[in-house]
Design a protein around this ligand. Structure first.
Ligand SMILES: [Cu+2]
Length: 213
């Protein structure tokens, strides 16, 4: 896939812009305990590519394909390249790796709540989760492209137990809540427990399972 420098720059801008977004308290809880609902059959979405890379297909709550993310090992890092379509137009959307390889759009706790919280093996706060990826910036036609690279995990780390890639309905604030803000749910100024877990990115609108291909 050709890499577009302008899109790469946008991805970096997205990170900066997302830091300005305040906690909104919107949408379903990202940190809800996920029910142990079995993954519906036929939803395996990981396919191998050459060079140890994998493609992961993401689908929305209605089962429509909305994008493919390619993860490629690269010099101790993993390159994450995504192409999406059919997403809500003209906005930023939180984009994360979640802990469980289960994408159930009809889960009782909300679509794709079965994927559990963010992939976070070091038990860090949001923004420092290994599974925190730069947000998607969706164009006016509902398409988005993103290219990023991280050394917070290896592809093997993700495939060991399997994970899920999730696109959210709202922007991600990366728990960047300055101390001049205070939530009624927090004992002190700054991010509350929910922001520290979720980035207040809201409902889960697309999901794809990454597992051993
Ligand atoms: Cu998420």
């Amino acid at each position: 896939m050709p890499r577009s420098p302008s899109r790469t720059a946008l991805a970096a801008a997205a990170v900066a812009a997302a830091g300005l977004v305040l906690a909104s308290g919107c949408g379903a809880d990202d940190d809800q305990a996920a029910a142990a609902t079995p993954q519906p059959s036929g939803t395996s979405s990981t396919t191998p590519k050459g060079g140890g890379a994998v493609d992961v297909v993401l689908r929305d709550g209605a089962g429509a394909e909305v994008g493919t993310v390619t993860l490629t090992p690269a010099d101790g890092s993993v390159q994450v390249e995504g192409r999406f379509h059919g997403l809500p137009a003209g906005a930023y959307h939180g984009f994360h790796i979640h802990q469980k390889p289960v994408c159930d759009p009809k889960a009782p706790d909300g679509p794709f709540s079965t994927a559990g919280p963010h992939f976070n093996p070091t038990n860090a706060h949001h923004g420092e989760h290994a599974g925190d990826l730069p947000p998607l910036l969706v164009d006016s036609d509902g398409t988005a492209e993103i290219t990023s690279q991280t050394d917070r995990f290896t592809l093997g780390d993700l495939q060991e137990g399997g994970v899920a890639l999730i696109v959210h309905a709202q922007p991600d604030n990366f728990a960047h809540i300055p101390d001049r803000y205070r939530s009624t749910d927090a004992p002190a100024p700054g991010p509350d427990e929910k922001s520290n877990a979720t980035g207040d990115a809201g409902d889960r609108i697309a999901c794809g399972v990454l597992e051993k291909a």
